[in-house]
Design a protein around this ligand. Structure first.
Ligand code: NAD
Length: 326
């Protein structure tokens, strides 16, 4: 039943996404998928799905608490056993994502290749900014920022050499919009957007496609902050189909994008720039001159959608041509 529902969701998505290839069932035979933090929640759903569609899966999980304390091999082992019992191929890895090279090594040693990296592992150490300790800050940044970096860095040479790679990084609404008591997590999660945007630019000519998702799903991370009836509609399984589409070989163009996904909702997000004010540089560029044009600074009636620093340089060029009366 679970796979049927995913199939239905996939076919809806495929008809909407401009892929060259349309398939009834996306498959990943012969590919190796590394899923970090795959012992529970979203990571477990990814691991089960990709194994059921022919991929060999590295099930990474440190097996600690959601605050990043302790470790255990149990979380990863349970998922590997489930996959094998269903006839799939999987191997466990218990390293912290901070040792991403060992996780990618596990893929190479066991399956000889790495095709897809799902940077999913994460922890929370929620506390108001006033009470935040260095440890709360450092641990969250280490797992999310350094962890995603170390895994991608170790996979990158393989991706480049084989001219094929697919990466999903995991952001969060907390990172995109801010969230009370989650300053460390917000900083870590928005970092995944910039990280992905640059990886997408550097990877494109090697057919390395990188996207970032801001998921919402019932897991041990959300079960204490959301009521049960809402959590029932937020199964991790409803995040899987979008990830499946983005990392499939038929996706050769959707890269560097941010998607919100969960509970049946899938939408792309992008940066929007207001009309803005152009002021001549020099002594006339005073606080008062900006205040005079404040309306334009905030005017979203004629927006643009920048995708790189080049857009900004064009604006600077225009500003440099302004006359004394502008
Ligand atoms: P989860 O706690 O169920 O899963 C996270 C997994 O990562 C756990 O199994 C944990 O053991 C593992 N992990 C933690 N630190 C690790 C480390 N250093 N190395 C290896 N594994 C480690 O939570 P989830 O909700 O499934 O979260 C998955 C990802 O989605 C996280 O990055 C989270 O920040 C993000 N996210 C989740 C939601 C949501 O609504 N659930 C919302 C926004 C973002």
């Amino acid at each position: 039943k679970f796979l049927n529902v995913i199939d239905n969701q996939l076919s809806i998505l495929i008809t909407r996404i401009p892929h060259g290839e349309t398939m009834d069932e996306l498959r990943y035979d012969g590919q190796t998928v590394v899923v970090t933090g795959a012992g529970g929640g979203l990571g477990k759903a990814y691991a089960l799905f990709f194994a059921s569609r022919g991929a060999s899966v590295v099930v990474n999980d440190l097996g600690g608490s959601f605050k990043g304390e302790g470790s255990s091999s149990k979380a990863a082992d349970v998922v590997v056993n489930d996959i094998r019992a269903a006839g799939g191929k999987a191997v466990a890895n218990y390293d912290s994502v901070e040792n991403g090279d060992r996780i990618i090594d596990t893929a190479i040693q066991n399956f000889g290749r790495i095709d897809v990296l799902l940077n999913n592992a994460g922890i929370l150490r929620d506390v108001s900014f006033k009470n935040m300790s260095d440890q709360d800050w450092d641990l969250v940044i280490k797992v999310h920022v350094r962890g995603a970096y170390k895994c991608a860095r170790a996979a990158w040479p393989y991706f480049r050499k084989q001219k094929y790679g697919r990466v999903i990084n995991t952001a969060s609404a907390a990172g995109l919009f801010g969230s009370f008591g989650q300053c460390n997590y917000s900083a870590a999660k928005l970092s995944q957007v910039g990280f992905t945007e640059t990886l997408a630019k550097e990877g494109y000519k090697y057919n390395i496609i990188c996207n970032v998702i801001a998921p919402i799903a019932a897991s041990r991370m959300t079960q204490t902050v959301m009521p049960p009836d809402i959590l029932d509609n937020l199964k991790p399984d409803w995040v899987v189909p979008l990830v499946a589409v983005l990392v499939h070989s038929s996706n050769t163009n959707e890269t560097g994008s941010i998607f919100e996904v969960g509970g049946g909702h899938v939408a792309k997000l992008r940066w929007e720039r207001a009309k803005g004010a152009l002021l001549k540089t020099g002594p006339t560029l005073t606080p008062g001159a900006i205040l005079k044009k404040w309306k334009n600074v905030n005017d979203f009636s004629e927006p643009s959608y920048p995708t790189g620093v080049a857009d900004f340089m064009t604006l600077l060029e225009e500003a440099s041509k302004l006359g004394d009366n502008d």
